[in-house]
Design a protein around this ligand. Structure first.
Ligand SMILES: Cc1ncc(COP(=O)(O)O)c(C=O)c1O
Length: 403
């Protein structure tokens, strides 16, 4: 399928609504993306005629739901070019995925003085689970700062790896600056296991796990045009073998007695309890939709948006944009002298333009840039250059108001 922006937009019912009597300009997809009809229909179909609990029943609906749900593991593996589908662990999102690795893989094998290398670009989801290990086990967090333009050279990350480093945990794309990190070069440059946070990257570019060579890679469904509460952590088989289960309960055991428990094989070993059945089915529909459009086509469209937005925003000499790494994604974090980010967001909202304001769950990065908050415009495959123009007009209106 080729990429036709009008056809894509028509697939997203919400994009035709008005907000504050203006056409919606949705520039907050970095927080959560809107859903195409294909996902909404898949979710409705699953609840309307194909719903039951999975893995347990011998009845028709349970078997059908299990089939629909388990099919998504293969879809995720195909989407990420993962070597084996049993390496895909279903999660409720990246936060759960990174906590799974922290509790299941890192905690049992790290002690006082062991080091985890992190970048200052990270989202709190890829910081706080490691702080737990610092607080509870004396693990040392070693921070790598980006360059002033927000880029993160792999050599800089590798230079922080030492004999006590047990893990490198780094984002594949910053949710604040759009910086794309060459996580493949990091993985190739060290024998230390690498966790890559693909929450943003997987939405905007093709990901090839077979080539990247990382050990852990997470995605979160709600940013991938799927339901909230869906997602996956891909964990290479050898790393899975080193893990202890995270959550305990039904579905992850082979036998339980009064005195013992025998765990079932991965991936179910790491998926205790009734999962987000329909959420994951919706994610499967979203990923099939993306693969039909072609991730290369989506990336090309978004590069056009990025270049256009970058040029237009650069021409506003009263606006500061944090980070401008070469090859970055179409995410722009912005501040304006004399106007708080929350005011910018509120005024833009009056014009139907949705942007996010705050620290974007990236306080260390805010501190690096010397700010406490910014307004963030994050573009997605359904955005247009006309919407960039609307943003620029809105920002200019704000500037006039605060001048
Ligand atoms: C880079 C990055 N990592 C992790 C997360 C956390 O994802 P979730 O809240 O879906 O678990 C986000 C969400 O904003 C993100 O942008």
């Amino acid at each position: 399928m080729s990429f036709d922006i009008a056809t894509v937009r028509a697939d997203f019912p919400i994009l035709s609504r008005q907000v504050n009597n203006r056409p919606l300009v949705y520039l907050d997809s970095g927080a959560s993306a809107q859903k195409p009809r294909q996902v909404i229909d898949a979710v409705a179909r699953a609840y309307e005629g194909e719903y039951a609990n999975v893995h347990r029943g011998l009845h028709f609906l349970s078997n059908l739901a299990t089939e629909n749900y388990e099919r998504v593991r293969a879809i995720i593996a195909r989407f990420l070019n993962a070597p084996h589908e049993d390496e895909v662990i279903f999660t409720s999102g990246s936060t759960e995925g990174i906590n799974l690795v922290s509790y299941g893989w890192a905690a049992p094998r790290m002690g006082a003085g062991d080091e985890i290398v992190l970048s200052v670009l990270e989202h709190h989801a890829n910081i706080v689970p490691w702080h737990f290990l610092r607080e509870r086990q004396g693990v040392v967090l070693k921070w790598v700062e980006p360059e002033p333009d927000g880029s993160l050279p792999p050599e800089k990350v590798l230079a922080a790896v030492g004999p006590k480093t047990r893990l490198v945990a780094v984002t594949h794309m910053s949710n604040v600056t759009g910086t794309i990190v060459d996580v493949g070069a990091i993985a190739r440059g060290t024998h230390v296991p690498v966790l890559a946070d693909g929450s943003q990257a997987a939405v905007h570019m093709p990901v090839d796990l077979a080539a990247l060579g990382v050990d852990f890679y997470c995605i979160t469904g709600h940013k991938l045009y799927g339901p909230s509460g869906s997602g996956a952590m891909w964990i290479r088989r050898d790393r899975q073998a080193e893990m202890r289960p995270f959550l305990g309960g039904g579905d992850m055991i082979r036998t339980v007695t009064r005195d013992s428990v025998d765990y079932t094989d991965p991936p179910l070993r790491f998926e205790a309890g009734t999962p987000g059945i329909v959420n994951q089915i919706g994610l499967g529909a979203a990923l099939e939709y993306l693969m039909d459009l072609g991730m290369d086509n989506i990336a090309a469209h978004e590069r056009g948006l990025r270049d256009y937005a970058r040029d237009r925003l650069r021409s506003l000499n009263w606006l500061q944009v944090q980070g401008d790494a070469p090859g970055k994604g179409a995410i722009f974090s912005m501040t304006m002298q004399g106007a708080h980010a929350h005011d910018l967001s509120t005024i833009l909202d009056k014009r139907g333009i949705a942007v996010r304001a705050g620290s974007h769950c990236a306080m260390p990065l805010m501190e690096f840039f010397g700010i406490t908050a910014s307004a963030r415009a994050s573009f997605a495959m359904y955005n247009t250059t006309a919407e960039v123009d609307a943003l620029v007009e809105g920002l200019t209106f704000c500037r006039d108001l605060f001048a």
